[in-house]
Design a protein around this ligand. Structure first.
Ligand code: PMP
Length: 379
C-alpha cells in the first residue's frame, strides 16, 4: 500500500522538485545566483497578485510573521489581531513580544470574524496595522479576505498584514488589488517544496515603515532584504537548495496554469469534504468558509488520537491532530500541492472506518465497565 501522507505540512515533495535540490551550490553573490533569484522572485509575483516586492527569507513561516511585525511596527504602536484559531493567536503573541499594543477580535474556532466587526473595531482607535490569517490551518477555515480588505480600507489606512502560509499557491491573494501591505507565505505547504524559506510580499508603504529607525530584528529586517533583493541577492546566505526546489515548483505551477492550480485545490477539498460527510462525519466549518487546503473533521467520540494512530499503523494514512482544545475530537486532513482526489477521498474513508471501529470499541468498553460496576454494586 502506498503511503497516503495527508498532514498539514511539511507536505510530500514530488520527485522532480526533490531532484532540483541536488544542483550544485553557488555563491549568493555570483551572477548565476542573481539570475536564479531574480527569476524566481519575478515568478512568485502572480501567486501573490503583486507587481511589487517579494522577499524570500531563510526561515519558517513563523520567521516570516516575525519579520513582518519586527520590521513594520515599533514598540507602543497599536495593532488589531483578527484571531480565527491557533495561528492567529501566534500572530498576537509575536506582536506582543515585540512591544506592540495588541487588541484582539476573535471568532469561535471554526468560524470567521465578520468584516463589519473588524471595521468597527478599527474605527475605535488609530491602528498602525491589522494582522490577519487568510487560511487558519488549525480550524480548516479560509477567511473572506477580499471582503475583509474592502471593509478595512473603508475605515482605515492602517497596514494590512496577512498570514498566507497555508493559502499561498492554493488560493488567490490579489495583494495589489486588495491593497495589502505584507503577506507571509512558505514553501512547504501548497507549493510542495521542502521547508526553509518564508516568502514575503511587501508594499512600498510597508517598506517605508520598515526603513524607520528602531527595527526590532537584526536578521529578519525586511528593509535590508528589499535593498539586497533590488541587487538580485539576499541579505544573508539563503537556503539555496530550497531556492532550486522553488524554481522547479514554480515551473510545475506555470505548466498547469496558476488559476487551474487554485481551482484544483478547491475541487480536491470539496471532494474530500463530500467523502467525509459520506462517512457520517462532520466537517467543522460551515461550507462557505471551508479551506481549500485543510479539512477539519469532527469525530463522534473523543478518541481522535487513537483514530490517528490506527490510521497510521493499519492504513498507512497520515493526518494531523486537532490543535489545542480540539485535540481529542478533531483530525485535520491536508490536501496541499498536487494531491490526487482519490487520495483525499481514500483518507476520508479510512477515517470513517477507524472512527467506527473506535466508537464500537468504546461502546464495548463502556458496557464492560458498566457490567463491572453492576457486579460491584450487587456484591
Ligand atoms: N501560520 C499558519 C496559518 C500555518 O499553518 C503555519 C504552519 N502550520 C504557520 C503560520 C507557522 O509556519 P512555520 O511552522 O513554517 O513556522
Amino acid at each position: 500500500v502506498m503511503r497516503n501522507y495527508r498532514v498539514t505540512g511539511p507536505v510530500e515533495v514530488p520527485e522532480g522538485i526533490l531532484a532540483a535540490m541536488t544542483r550544485r551550490m553557488i555563491s549568493h553573490r555570483s551572477a548565476e545566483f542573481r539570475g536564479l533569484f531574480t527569476d524566481v522572485v519575478k515568478r512568485l509575483e502572480p501567486l501573490f497578485g503583486t507587481s511589487g516586492t517579494v522577499l524570500p527569507l531563510t526561515c519558517s513561516g513563523t520567521g516570516g510573521m516575525e519579520a513582518a511585525v519586527a520590521s513594520v511596527l515599533r514598540p507602543g504602536e497599536r495593532v488589531l489581531v483578527v484571531e480565527l484559531g491557533y495561528f492567529g493567536e501566534r500572530f498576537a503573541e509575536i506582536a506582543a513580544h515585540h512591544g506592540a499594543h495588541v487588541d484582539v477580535v476573535r471568532a469561535p474556532w471554526g468560524q470567521v470574524v465578520a468584516a463589519r466587526d473588524i471595521a468597527s473595531r478599527l474605527a475605535e482607535h488609530a491602528y498602525a496595522a491589522v494582522l490577519l490569517t487568510h487560511n487558519e490551518t488549525s480550524t480548516g477555515v479560509i477567511a473572506p479576505l477580499r471582503e475583509w480588505a474592502a471593509a478595512i480600507r473603508a475605515v482605515s489606512d492602517c497596514l494590512i498584514v496577512v498570514d498566507v502560509v497555508s493559502s499561498l499557491g492554493a488560493a488567490e491573494i490579489a495583494f495589489d488589488e486588495l491593497g495589502l501591505d505584507v503577506a507571509v507565505g512558505v514553501t512547504q505547504k501548497a507549493l510542495a517544496c521542502p521547508p526553509g524559506l518564508a516568502l514575503v510580499a511587501v508594499s512600498d508603504r510597508a517598506l517605508e515603515r520598515a526603513a524607520r529607525p528602531g527595527g526590532r530584528s537584526y536578521y529578519l529586517d525586511l528593509a535590508k532584504a528589499a535593498e539586497h533583493a533590488r541587487l538580485g541577492t539576499t541579505t544573508y546566505t539563503p537556503a539555496l537548495p530550497i531556492v532550486h526546489a522553488l524554481d522547479a515548483a514554480l515551473r510545475a505551477v506555470e505548466d498547469e496554469g496558476l488559476e487551474q492550480v487554485w481551482r484544483r485545490h478547491a475541487h480536491t477539498a470539496r471532494r474530500c469534504r463530500e467523502a467525509v460527510r459520506a462517512q457520517g462525519l462532520t466537517v467543522v466549518p460551515p461550507e462557505e468558509h471551508c479551506s481549500p487546503t485543510v479539512t477539519a473533521v469532527r469525530l463522534p467520540s473523543p478518541d481522535a488520537e487513537r483514530v490517528r494512530d490506527e490510521l497510521a499503523t493499519r492504513h498507512d494514512v497520515w493526518v494531523s491532530s486537532g490543535r489545542g482544545g480540539w485535540k481529542s475530537e478533531v483530525l485535520r486532513v491536508g490536501h496541499m500541492g498536487p494531491v490526487p482526489v482519490a487520495e483525499a477521498e481514500a483518507c476520508a474513508e479510512a477515517i470513517g472506518a477507524c472512527a467506527r471501529e473506535a466508537g464500537a470499541a468504546a461502546e464495548v468498553g463502556a458496557a464492560a465497565e458498566a457490567g463491572t460496576a453492576a457486579e460491584v454494586g450487587t456484591a
